[in-house]
Design a protein. Sequence first.
Length: 373
Amino acid sequence: MSSAATDTPTEHAPPPSRRRCVLVSLGLVTIVALIAAGVFWMYSANATANEDSSNGRASTRTTDEIVLGDLQGDTTVTGTLKFSGSRAIQANADGTVTALPEPGSVLKRGDRLYAVDDVPSFLLSGALPAWRDFASGMEDGPDVTQLEQNLRDLGHFSDEPDKHFRWATAEAIMNWQEANGLPRTGTLPLGSVVFTRGDLRVGEISSGTGTRVGPGTTLYDATATSQVVEANVKLGDQQLAAPATPVTVRLPGGGSTTGKITSVRTPTEIDGANGQRQTVIPIVVSLDDPAKAAAFQQASVSVSIPSERREAVLSVPVEALIAITPQQFGVEIVDPDGSTTKAPVTTGLFAGGRVEISGDSIEAGQRVVVPRR
């Protein structure tokens, strides 16, 4: 009897493997319960915050004013900032190049352009190119007046410049030649002086010193010292390409400067981005403050040209717009007590980071919520 009672297992005790399963199940239930509690807390907090916002409680976001004024739109095109007036400086005689200026240097009136066989050519100022020798007995002409004006500005001619080459002209040439270490001949062979409209900036050198050259050989490229922007306006926007139109030029690095359109050229065809030919209107823009672009020899820039304009309209920062419905924009107006009210609006022109708005409850001076960026 006693032996049988000892071998009989306890009636309610589960086997060890079953006890482990029960413990694991209880642990999972506890974890799920904790997660559910956390989700419920987060949902409650968000719901409270949303409820506060919908009830019109004061927002911690920034605000801006609804402004009454003019709104100016613009069209932006890509352009190239570069030095204007590119030209080739060419040799005037057979010989060996013995002197050249440094690339990037600026040549002014009276400076040496180059020398061939140690005979220099000089830069003078004027719009009329030289086409003949300057010497006694030559026919009267505007080129003589231009030469005498230069000799006077350089301090070698005291008379009033005119078209006649006379003794005073020859004497002034000799004085100038002596000042530059040249023989006093009183004559200037063709090519010994080159007239340009202003100073020259030396570009790429084509022929080094010691190079054998002939008349017409390009020695180096030169440009004017002023920078311009060349850009193309689409044919559909040709009404924007008008001389004297003020523009804004945005430079590399975030800087900008103002300018105006100084030249509008005839329509031309170029290769478009899709490989197809398109007609554009080339324009040239001069800068109001060239010093702001002095750090760039050549660069890609953007040019903003004024286009559509609205006068006496209400506007807000574009960031103030909210979507009330998929088809309806609105703004969040800050009421006098600090609460906010969503008001539907009709949008108009977008320009300069602002947008034209109108609506039944929209007035100048009201403040609207603008999300922080």
